[in-house]
Design a protein around this ligand. Sequence first.
Ligand code: ATP
Length: 346
Amino acid sequence: MAALVRLQNVTKQYRTPNGTVTAVDAVDLDVEQGEILGVIGYSGAGKSTLVRLINALEKPTDGTVHVGNDELTALPERRVRAVRREIGMIFQQFNLFNSRTVAGNVAYPLKLAGVGQPERDQRVARLLDFVGLLEKAHSFPDQLSGGQKQRVGIARALATDPKLLLADEATSALDPETTADVLALLKRVNRELGITIVVITHEMDVIRTIADRVAVMDNGRIVELGSVYDVFSAPSTPTVARFVATVLHDRPSPETLSRLRAAHPGRLVTVKVLDQKGFTGLLSRVFAEHHVENQIVYGGISELQERSIGALTYELTGPQASVDGALAALTAQGIDYAEERVEDNA
Ligand SMILES: Nc1ncnc2c1ncn2[C@@H]1O[C@H](COP(=O)(O)OP(=O)(O)OP(=O)(O)O)[C@@H](O)[C@H]1O
């Protein structure tokens, strides 16, 4: 796959009265043509700055940003505006004109681009139909729900046929159900219209629902980049592990473990779920062969990119040697587990 956006060694610093802030720090990143790339990080990690570097609202202090074949810092302002027209943006607060109708909002970028009335009307109708809001064409933003406003935002962002859509916390102001609808729409934008999307978020659930790949930002740097499944299943930094724990079952927290410990006298072992058929059946057989009683006391299995992922905490009861034998058998089968001891976690 070819890269649509390429950041090479990009640094962005701001001078403030309190000194220099490095918002983006030596970032290398390719956004591949046709993908949905999620960028996740805590507040202040540098995500919004990254977006503003991609759409040339900011110039890097160091490094280069390519969109297609164009290197943004080398282009005259007139050409930068042309590149910007190929990039759609949607925002957390929707940024609609309240004085214009829904149709008027979607038509606005077409007007700016000099598209004449009959074609404009046709395109607006087609876009509103795509986002499911044709019957609201003559309503005003105030008369719409948050989810509907974001649909208008999406229709407007698509008006000039962009190659790339940047979504900056686009669902952060929406409730979970509406978030799911908007994310489903963004997925259609990607799959049906072939538009590359960069989704900026602080919510792992958004990444899990929509992204093909994820970049994790921390302190201006990209600390992890890979397929959503790979990053979720084997987080290699504490920041990533904390994000993953918000949406997937992982080892029990110290508080949960204390509660489990109080209720379950047997040995507590958390097994990492592998994406293979009959995985839990395999575990049951291993335990049975070693005459170890087992029950799941915590955890769960989720689906991610059509593969299983998660963790199951078992209470194992039986003679020490039998439990040790069963655990050795798990290791021999390549199954990853961790024994939960309250003192480990304290
Ligand atoms: N124009 C600016 N002037 C000075 N500092 C800035 C400016 N823009 C961003 N920063 C600083 O750069 C760092 C990264 O900010 P940025 O907004 O990119 O992070 P973010 O991950 O998008 O966070 P949030 O989700 O809170 O917006 C922060 O420390 C921020 O204070």
